[in-house]
Design a protein around this ligand. Structure first.
Ligand code: PMP
Length: 284
């Protein structure tokens, strides 16, 4: 049984309870982060903390827990669960109060929970063979830069993908790809240029995205941060996605379009290697 964290306490998972009035449960009035663990250490932790603070501030939610305490809690969970490789999930909700659209009085404390998930991140069969992705309309709300737990649409899209024998869905708005259900989306053009949508309220600013773009820059790969179309996918040499749980994850087919020669491409493979190496070295 796992040890989980709830509001300052470390308890066995079957002893952790949350009120039925919790606003995360009733309104999806909550934000979250997912941090990868490699070799028992936290990957890109500062980036996840910074984005968490930003998500909280964008929805005027107060979390009375400082960064040092959050880091210590992550480390304690890793230790208590003997986690060598996997993920740590963190969620903050606006606490429990009688159901009302209006924010509760400031005296209501937020609910902070964290738990671990063991997972083979490096040795991933999907990354080896390459993903098959379907395209769906992006029907999410328009503040996708805030990492809220309001994930019903991506949940439905991912399940539609599974039903069609695919691994994931990429979302499309006005003819341009926004991002994957839980990852940022990229293509590599025939002349070797890496293209990924620029940051805005249309997509989540992926922590892995930022680290991988730095790796690409170090490898002197030409980068264009701009929206790309379905037409451009057709002539792309490679495609891939990035996320804390998938790292750099090659895509070999999108709808009926075979990407490149239908195998994970060299740019995606190289970026995956370099990202895993540098993030392992820099993990804390
Ligand atoms: N976009 C969306 C919609 C996501 O849910 C995620 C992962 N949570 C990402 C991108 C990738 O972000 P990160 O690299 O920080 O995991």
């Amino acid at each position: 049984m796992r040890t989980v964290y709830i509001n300052g306490n470390f308890v066995p998972e079957n002893e952790a309870t949350i009120s039925v009035f919790d606003r995360g449960f009733l309104f999806a009035d909550a934000v979250y982060e997912v941090t990868a663990v490699l070799g028992g250490k936290l990957v890109d932790f500062q980036g996840h903390l910074t984005r968490l603070r930003n998500s909280l501030s964008e929805i005027s939610m107060v979390l009375d827990v400082d960064d040092e305490t959050l880091l210590a809690a992550h480390r304690k969970l890793v230790e208590a669960n003997g986690l060598d490789e996997g993920l740590i999930y963190l969620q903050v909700s606006r606490g429990a109060a009688d159901r009302d659209f209006l924010f509760p009085e400031t005296t209501v404390p937020s609910t902070l929970v964290m738990f671990t998930q063991k997972k083979n991140l490096i040795d991933s069969p999907v990354a080896q063979r390459g993903q098959y992705v379907i395209l769906v309309d992006d029907e999410r709300w328009s503040r996708r830069d805030i990492k809220t737990v309001q994930l019903l649409y991506p949940v439905l899209a991912k399940n539609l993908a599974k039903k069609e024998g695919a691994d994931d869905a990429w979302m499309v708005e006005d003819g341009f790809i926004t991002e994957g259900c839980s990852n940022n989306a990229y293509i590599v053009t025939k002349d070797g240029t890496l293209v990924t949508r620029h940051l805005s309220t249309d997509i989540l600013p992926g922590i892995t995205r930022s680290a991988v773009l730095k790796c690409a820059k170090d490898l002197q790969i030409k980068i264009e941060e701009r929206p790309f179309t379905i037409e451009e996918i057709k002539s792309a040499q490679e495609a891939f996605s990035t996320s804390a749980s998938g790292f750099v994850n090659p895509v070999v087919r999108i709808d009926d379009m075979k990407i490149g020669d239908g195998e994970p491409g060299p740019v995606a493979k190289r970026l995956r290697e370099v990202y895993i190496q540098t993030s392992t070295e820099m993990a804390i």
